[in-house]
Design a protein around this ligand. Structure first.
Ligand code: ARG
Length: 500
């Protein structure tokens, strides 16, 4: 049983100053290098270089690909069947220890050396043969790809849960109306459910982007590329790719160990998703202010003020909003690290995981909080509807003239004059006497006041994608349909894994 791997590990992330001490003698034994060094490396280097605090969580994937590697070494005639099986059993035991809570010790440089140390404890000197023909360069690229595929599956489920809440709230809003805003100025009336679903579709595109990023991660297997030139042993990479679920083997070892495009793709998908969440949060925060009063926050996702007893602050939504900046920072950190690197692997690439894990962890925290905060909102339909002023039907009044054969441009000008008159008299458009309408344009008749009804304005917009009730019904069905079947992620070997 593999624990949920997108959970933050129970270890320090990153080195601390207290890590700067000479590593114990046994550390040297499980280092995967060191023969050519006569003296100990500097404690400051060890502290900087040590990545196990971050990459520990790759362990399920590193164990899995090591098992596949043990089989491939037997297939290549490097190990006997008995040796290969002992390694596999040893790795299974290591897996179990890690499931049971074993963690890195002070001597472990990274997750790969940690597993090497633990395997040595299980199978003795035989463990030293597992590293034949491979390098941590192809190892870490493989494990990180497997981790990404797993993470996007977990993210997909979390996004779907938020989308479910959006659809539920849209449904509950029924036929309530509200102003829609452009430039945050009252523009036209819409069904409140239409506004709510306006936040559904960006997330739907995010899910497609995440699925594509997951496919990119599984598109090619780096294992077998060695450090940079390819393995010198007759390893069956096809066997490896099949057993690990990749679509193909990498066609170029230099590229394979230096490629982090798949990390960038996950980080772009998460950055854009966090941007969408940030905008949703902003709408809700603004609409929850006393000035708008469209929504009332619940209690489970808000906090009080230590000074002002009356406050109920939308902290969850504010932190959702802030995650947009953080996720973008992670994407920028990765791309900035990659740009200008020479081809092949450089140690700079070790830093990719900080950005990757931070972004995924952030989204995994933020998505349930966004869903929770949204789910406990109460909508104040009276306030929403009350904010629809008759000037918002100005376009409908212009359309009224157009229906009587007036050119839209002339109609637009006539209504503009009416608005100016209403402004000057300090009244709403519907409060202006009909006599004024008649002076502005001869085609106005008394029934023009019907076009000032917000409900009518909305009902006229049944075009696909519009806010009219028929169009909205279709949209709601489409939104539910998008969530209905689990999105199927084809993995490399053609096996279709349903990601719920
Ligand atoms: N911890 C390293 C990383 O995450 C593993 C690869 C190390 N390779 C090397 N040549 N030192 O990138």
């Amino acid at each position: 049983m593999t624990p949920p791997t997108v959970e933050p590990p129970d270890v320090e992330s990153g080195a601390r100053v207290s890590d700067i001490r000479p590593s114990p003698a046994r550390a040297r034994a499980h280092r995967l290098w060191g023969g050519r060094f006569a003296t100990e490396s500097a404690p400051a280097l060890e502290a900087l270089n040590r990545s196990v605090g971050t990459d520990f969580r790759l362990w399920p994937f590193d164990v899995r690909s090591s098992m596949a590697w043990a089989v491939a070494l037997w297939d290549a005639g490097v190990l006997t069947l008995e040796e290969s099986q002992r390694l596999e059993m040893g790795l299974a035991a290591v897996h179990q220890q890690l499931v049971d809570g074993a963690g890195p010790d002070a001597s472990d440089e990274d997750v790969h050396t940690m597993i090497d140390r633990m395997l040595h404890a299980e199978v003795g000197e035989l463990s030293g043969r597992l590293h034949t023909g491979r390098s941590r360069n192809d190892q870490v690229a493989t494990a990180a790809r497997l981790w990404c595929a797993d993470a996007v599956t977990a993210l997909d489920a979390a996004v779907r849960a938020l989308q479910d809440t959006l659809v539920d709230q849209a449904t509950a809003l029924g036929d309530a109306l509200m102003p829609a805003y452009t430039h945050l100025q009252r523009a036209q009336p819409v069904a409140a459910a239409h506004w709510m679903l306006g936040h559904f579709w960006p997330l739907e595109r995010d899910r497609a982007r995440l699925a594509a990023a997951g496919r990119s991660a599984m598109a090619m297997l780096p294992l077998g590329s060695g450090a940079i030139a390819g393995s010198a042993y007759p390893i069956s990479r096809v066997l490896l790719k099949e057993s690990l679920g990749f679509a193909a083997v990498s066609p170029n070892s230099v590229d394979a160990v230096g490629d982090r495009d798949f990390v960038a793709e996950v980080l772009f998908a998460t950055a854009l998703m966090a941007t969408h969440l940030s905008r949703l949060a902003e709408d809700l925060i603004v609409f929850g202010s006393s000035e708008f009063g469209f929504v009332q926050f619940g209690e489970a996702f808000t906090t009080g003020s230590s000074m002002m007893p009356q406050k109920r602050n939308p902290d969850a939504l504010e932190l959702v909003r802030a995650s947009g900046g953080r996720a973008l920072g992670d994407l920028v950190a990765l791309l900035t690290t990659l740009k200008g690197l020479p081809s092949g692997y450089s140690k700079d690439m070790q830093e990719d995981k900080r950005a990757l894990f931070d972004a995924v962890d952030t989204l995994m925290l933020v998505l349930p909080a966004a869903a929770g905060a949204l789910g406990e909102l109460t909508f104040r339909r009276d306030r929403m509807q009350g904010a629809v002023s008759s000037a918002m039907m100005a376009t409908d009044v212009a359309d009224y003239l157009v229906a009587r054969g007036v050119a839209f441009r002339d109609a637009h000008r006539a209504v503009g004059v009416l608005i100016r008159m209403a402004d000057a008299q300090g009244v709403e458009l519907h409060e202006l006497p009909f006599a004024e309408y008649a002076t502005v344009h001869p085609d106005f008749a008394i029934d023009v006041f019907e076009s000032l009804s917000p409900r009518r304005s909305v009902e006229r917009r049944n075009i696909e994608g519009g806010t009219g009730p028929d169009a909205l019904r279709v949209q709601l069905v489409a939104a539910r349909a998008a969530l209905a079947p689990p999105r199927e992620t084809p993995r490399g070997n053609g096996v279709v894994i349903a990601s719920r």
